[in-house]
Design a protein around this ligand. Structure first.
Ligand code: PMT
Length: 403
């Protein structure tokens, strides 16, 4: 295996925290050792209750650290942090995510995280309600903003007996993530990209919302194409049942325009490329009800207020060298409206799709687009798959980056 994986000689730190998924990390250690990597293992005290340090030291062929201190003094987590080419925290419990997000360094795993100069990958593991809790999701967003790569939890049967999100990614999946990471190449290698995609849902009350028909397909295809081209890509995805396929994409799931804006703003300054493909609600209920609104009258009036325009706000903070690409979804005077948006939102080019074209726009697997540039130049494309449209966008982008 080690001849082809690109992992030979790579120095991998694997940190385990206290979850039943800890037993899977034994297989993870084995995969890296078989691939010719050097592995050092760290465990929180909680992790040692699920699997023994002896198992992991036998597999990694090295002493396992479970504490900052040892019999003779201290385990040099600073040196270890500098030694690693990659640090994988798997499983990462909700508690460990919180500690990582806040820098609460009370064990050897978090101390090493704070000392690490290498890329850090975190594979969360917890029960479904813990996974969806706003605190956990907030900690995950914080870690992504801090530059950590989250290897998303997976759907399935959990230790509690519940079925849902929260299972740690399977060891071969985590291994593949790292293999792709070390193998990365492509014209956008070294670039950071942000993509917004999908709809936003603006709550009216706990059971109703204002939304739109966006499936997320277009933006997800763009994120996959960017990652394929080597860009470190973050996808900020509104409520969509879909997910990207490229393992290197950071997915931040949001619901409302405000959440999408906050997630984008938090990382915008570090991005080289922003592609705004989301269908963001322009208006949201001014004061959503905390309780289900009862059917009392024949009519119901809702007061709506304008949502934040994410593209315009990021455009106002655009730094020299940053590239912003927008979308325009139009139903009439398409080119004129798209050109207005291009200028107002400071896009480098805009991708126009019209609901008047069969097979274009919301939810189709295909799209038909026109690229419009600030000098009024236009490029027209025939109807094609959203993956092929994404490839055209990335190709155009590569021209701009190389200019
Ligand atoms: O998700 P799919 O089902 O695959 O559908 C794809 C798509 C039709 C949603 C996509 O191709 C598309 O056109 N996305 C943009 C839809 C849109 O809302 O366009 P707009 O013309 O209203 O907005 C112009 C630009 O400003 C867009 O880049 C939009 O993301 C951005 N915007 C708009 C409003 C807002 N509050 N914040 C924004 O960032």
């Amino acid at each position: 295996m080690n001849a082809s994986t690109g992992l030979t000689g790579k120095k991998i730190i694997i940190g385990l925290s206290g979850s039943i998924a800890a037993y899977k990390s034994a297989f993870l250690v084995r995969l890296f050792i078989q691939a010719g990597a050097q592995v050092r293992v760290l465990m929180t005290p909680g992790a040692t209750r699920f699997i023994t340090p002896l198992t992991l030291s036998t597999l990694s062929k090295h002493e396992v650290w479970t504490d900052v201190l040892n019999e003779n003094g201290w385990n040099n987590h600073v040196e270890l942090g500098m030694w690693g080419d990659a640090f994988i925290i798997a499983p990462a419990t909700a508690n460990t995510l919180a500690k990582l997000a806040s820098g609460q360094s009370d064990n050897v795993l978090v101390a090493t995280y704070l000392s690490a100069r290498c890329p850090v990958f975190v594979a969360p593991a917890m029960d479904v309600d813990m996974w969806y809790h706003t605190t956990t999701q907030r900690n995950i967003r914080q870690l992504i903003a801090d530059g950590v790569e989250i290897i998303p939890a997976e759907q399935g049967e959990l230790a509690s007996g519940l079925i849902g999100m929260g299972r740690m990614a399977e060891p071969p999946h985590i291994f593949e993530h790292l293999r792709v990471f070390f193998r990365q190449n492509g014209p956008l290698l070294g670039k950071k990209a942000l993509v917004t995609a999908g709809p936003t849902f603006e709550p009216i009350d706990p059971v109703r919302f204002i939304g739109n028909h966006s499936s997320g397909k277009m933006g997800i295809a763009i994120a996959d194409a960017l990652a394929q081209a080597g860009a470190a890509t973050t996808l900020i995805l509104g409520p969509s049942k879909l997910a990207p396929s490229h393992p290197n994409i950071q997915v931040v799931r949001v619901r409302t325009a405000q959440e999408m804006y906050e997630a984008a703003k938090a990382i915008h300054a570090q991005q080289d490329i922003c592609i705004l493909a989301a269908a963001v609600a322009d208006y949201a209920p001014a004061s959503p009800s905390n309780q289900k609104i009862k059917k009392t009258g024949d009519t119901l009036s809702l007061e709506l207020h304008k949502t934040v325009d994410i593209a315009s706000s990021l455009g106002a903070e655009k730094k020299p060298g940053q590239i912003h690409i927008g979308f325009a979804l139009e139903t009439e005077n398409e080119t004129a409206h798209a050109l207005e948006k291009l200028k107002k939102k400071k896009f480098d080019f805009i991708v126009l799709n019209s609901l008047n074209d069969a097979g274009a726009g919301f939810n189709y697997d295909t799209n038909k687009v026109r690229f419009l540039f600030p000098d009024n130049k236009a490029l027209d494309f025939e109807l094609k798959s959203k993956q092929a449209v994404a490839a055209d966008i990335v190709q155009q982008l590569v021209h701009l980056v190389q200019k």
